[in-house]
Every structure is written in C-alpha cells, then in structure tokens.
Design a protein around this ligand. Structure first.
Ligand code: GLY
Length: 317
C-alpha cells in the first residue's frame, strides 16, 4: 500500500484573517499558510515513509500546524469571548476503531499529543476540562504560552464587529458565522503502508465563542472518523452544523457504500447545508489511497502527499 497523508488548515473566511493580520502588522499571508499546510503534510508523510503508523502521521502533521502560529489550533488558538484559550482535539485509529476527544483544554501547547497519548492509555472516548489538563501536565506535555498575537488580532477584529451585550453568549447563528468562522481548526487523515487509516483534528474553537462552548472537533463522527477497509475523514467549519449533520461518519458511510472520496465529501456537505444551512470543509482518504479536499466556504488551505509529491490548494474555484 502506498502511504498518503492529507491535511487542512481550516475552512472559513481567510480574507478576514489576512485583513486582521495586516492591520496588526502580522506576517500571515496566503503564501505562509500554503507553506504551513505543505510542511505539515510533509511531516506526516515522513512518518509514513519511515514505516510509521497512520495515527502517528496524523499526530505529527497536526502538531506542526498547532506549533506554527499560523492556524486556529495549538499556540494560535482562537480566544473565547472572555479572552481565554479553550482548545478541543480528537483522533481516531481505524485499526482499533477507537477514538479519543479532549475538550475545553487550557494547558497543552499540542492538544493532539494529549489525544494521541490517551488513545494508548485509556478506553474512554471523551475527556475534558481541568482533569484532562491535569493529565497533560502529569504526562509532561509542553505548556501553552497563552494568547498568541494571531489570536489577539482575530479577537479584536471580532470585538469591533460584535454587538455587545448578552447576545454574544446566545449562540446566535448569524453572529457565530460572522465572527467565528474565520479560518478554523486543523486536521489530517492518513493511510499507512499496512493500509491502516487514521483521522484527527485540533482547534481553538470558533473565534469569540461563548466560554464553555464545544464544537465538533473532539467528537468522533462529527469532527473526524476513520475505519480500516473503508476510509477516513476530518472536518472543519461551523461546529454546530458539523455536529448536527454527523458529517464525518456520514462521509465515511458514503465511502462504505462505494462512493469515491470527492463524491462522498460533496454529498456530505450537501446534506449539511440542507439540514443546517451551514458551511464546512472535509478532507478524505479511502482504503485505496484515493483522496479529496472539498469545502463550500470561501477557502480551505489543504495539502496532500502521495508518492512523495506534494499538492496544495486554497480558494474555492
Ligand atoms: N470546527 C471547530 C469548531 O466549530 O469548534
């Protein structure tokens, strides 16, 4: 089996990210974002090329994006309306059909490393709050250094546009989309040389979210899903819509019915739009190593490595 890894750097309104970054004099450009997803995909591919597992490739690819300061995950995680870093992540191993989602984290710099660690240490599926943070600390994971300039720029961008008052805590859909979906979540899917498949995601959640709000990212079947012999998918976009549409389990279900990755992704997004009116993106690999990156947002940076060759995309055509 030829190994393949595909990553995304978050679906959403990247024009707003670039606008907010420019205002603050931050060096966050389309070229750097494309460079970031390519670097992440190459990191995942190196694991696979050295005989490593799909789960470890997904972890390393996501850790690169979490550490880059370019994406809404890890060090540059979006801030809540209360100005806090509150991160979610999840990973699924298609071989064991087990998943771990970690949620509402403040401590680790790399939430995906906590999810990966817990995959080998527990049979629980979801762990959250200060208890999960404590585990990250006890296992000696690197500590998050607090709000990053990218996150602060996006926070201020949102605050200028928010109608102040309780409304920001109401989960108002239009407000969430206007302020929140501005380059969201990172994710990866991989198939290794033994045909094992894995998928994972990591996020700071929606920009200016209600503190305590949890999106799709820690939830298997919503933010990520993987089954050996079928395929894997990782989602990005408005978490409320992805959760209500069970997007990644739906897309993997379409692969099981025999659809190609591109058609499975498109059908999943059609259903999500019909059910929720929301926008999202999804990256997919099937058990033959065929892949797709599909989205109905303005943009979704993505990169794939197959046969050692890297390919990338950004804007909706
Ligand atoms: N897709 C990430 C979130 O909504 O939190």
């Amino acid at each position: 089996m030829k190994p393949v890894v595909i990553v995304h750097g978050g679906a959403g309104r990247w024009s707003a990210v670039f606008e907010a970054a420019r205002k603050k004099g931050l060096d966050i450009t389309e070229e750097r974002i494309i460079g970031g997803v390519k670097e992440a995909a190459m990191a995942g591919y190196r694991v696979l090329a050295n005989g490593g597992s799909a789960v470890d490739a997904v972890t390393e690819a996501i850790a690169v994006m979490e550490g880059s300061g370019l994406f809404n995950a890890g060090v540059a995680s979006a801030l809540s309306a209360g100005g806090e870093v509150l991160m979610d992540a999840g990973i699924m191993d298609g071989l064991s059909r087990r998943a771990v989602g970690v949620l509402c984290l403040r401590y680790p710099k790399h939430p995906i490393r906590l999810a990966r660690l817990l995959l080998s240490k527990t049979t629980h599926v979801m762990l959250g709050c200060e208890y999960a943070d404590r585990l990250a600390m006890e296992y000696g994971l690197e500590k998050h250094s607090g709000p990053h300039p990218r996150a602060l720029a996006m926070y201020e961008w949102a605050r200028e546009r928010a109608r102040m008052g309780d409304e920001r805590y109401s989960g108002n859909r239009e407000l969430l989309e206007r302020l929140g979906l501005v380059g969201d979540t990172v994710g990866a899917v991989a198939i290794d040389s033994r045909g094992n498949i894995a998928a994972g995601v990591s996020t700071g959640g929606t920009n200016y979210k209600v503190p305590g709000r949890i999106g799709d990212s820690p939830v298997p079947g919503a933010g990520y899903y993987a089954l050996n012999g079928v395929g894997g998918a990782a989602a990005t976009g408005l978490g409320e819509a992805i959760l209500l549409a069970s997007l990644t389990s739906r897309v993997v279900g379409y692969l099981e019915e025999g659809l190609a990755p591109e058609s499975a992704g498109r059908r999943g997004l059609e259903v999500l739009s019909r059910l929720t009116g929301g926008e999202a993106g999804v990256i997919i690999i099937d058990s033959r190593g065929e892949y797709a990156a599909v989205f109905n947002t303005e943009a979704m940076p993505w990169a794939v490595v197959k046969d050692g060759i890297v390919e990338a995309g950004f804007w909706r055509r």
